[in-house]
Design a protein around this ligand. Structure first.
Ligand code: TTP
Length: 198
C-alpha cells in the first residue's frame, strides 16, 4: 500500500488529531463512537490512556463492522495530563480550569497520549509521555487565558499549540504527543499496518 492510495478510519472528534494526521499525508475517514471516559479507582495515567485508546478503537471498529465498511486500519487516541499522580482531564468550568492552571504554574507535569490502531482482531498500542515545564502564572495570566476560551475542550485546560505556548518554558518528549497525537509513534504503528512514511 502506498501513501496516496492508503485510507484509514479515524475514530476521533478532535480537530488536533485530524490536523496532525493530515501533516503525515494520511487519508482518513471519520467514524463516530462514544465511550465512557471515567477514571477507574487506582488507575494510573498510562493505564488510563491505554484503556481509553483501546476502548475508542473497539467502539469505532464495532461501528465500522455494523456499517459493513471495508477492513482498514482504524486509529484512535487518548490524552491526559498528570501531576504528582493526579489525573487532569478536560476542565468542567472556568473554576476547574483555573485550579488546573494554578497547579501547573512554575512546575512540571506530564502529558500522556496513547494511540491505538485496530484492524479486524489485531490491535497495537503506543504511548508517549512528555514532561512539560510551565513558567509561574499570575492570576491575571490565568484569567486572561481562560477568557480566550481555549482551555475547555483540552486535557489539563491548555493547548500548547495555541496561546498557552507562552507558558511553556521547556518540554522533554513529543510536542505532537502533547497536542494529542504523537506522530513518531503513530507513523511507527501505521507502518506495522502496511503504510509507508514519509
Ligand atoms: C495538553 C493538551 C491537550 N490537548 C487536547 C488534545 C485532545 O483533543 C484533548 C484531550 O482529550 P481526549 O479525550 O484525548 O480527546 P478528544 O475528546 O478531544 O477527542 P476524541 O476522544 O474524539 O479523539 O486535549 C491539546 O490540544 N493541546 C494540549 O496542549
Amino acid at each position: 500500500m502506498t501513501l496516496s492510495d492508503s485510507r484509514i478510519y479515524l475514530a476521533s472528534a478532535s480537530p488536533r488529531r485530524r490536523e496532525l494526521l493530515e501533516q503525515l499525508g494520511v487519508n482518513f475517514e471519520r467514524i463516530h463512537a462514544d465511550i465512557d471516559e471515567s477514571v477507574l479507582p487506582g488507575e494510573d495515567a498510562v493505564a488510563y490512556t491505554e484503556r481509553l485508546a483501546r476502548a475508542k478503537a473497539d467502539a469505532g471498529w464495532a461501528v465500522a463492522e455494523r456499517c459493513g465498511l471495508p477492513s482498514r486500519p482504524l486509529l484512535s487516541a487518548d490524552t491526559t495530563v498528570v501531576q504528582d499522580g493526579e489525573i487532569f482531564g478536560k476542565p468542567a468550568d472556568p473554576a476547574d480550569a483555573a485550579r488546573m492552571l494554578r497547579a501547573f504554574s512554575g512546575r512540571s507535569h506530564q502529558v500522556v497520549t496513547s494511540v491505538a490502531i485496530r484492524q479486524d482482531s489485531r490491535l497495537e498500542l503506543a504511548t508517549s509521555v512528555t514532561e512539560v515545564w510551565f513558567r509561574e502564572l499570575s492570576d491575571d495570566d490565568i484569567a486572561r487565558y481562560i477568557g480566550s476560551g481555549e482551555p475547555f475542550d483540552k486535557a489539563g485546560a491548555y493547548g500548547i499549540q495555541g496561546r498557552a505556548a507562552v507558558f511553556v518554558r521547556r518540554i522533554d518528549g513529543s510536542f505532537t504527543g502533547v497536542m494529542g497525537l504523537p506522530l513518531f509513534e503513530t507513523a511507527g504503528l501505521l507502518t506495522a499496518f502496511g503504510l509507508t512514511f514519509p
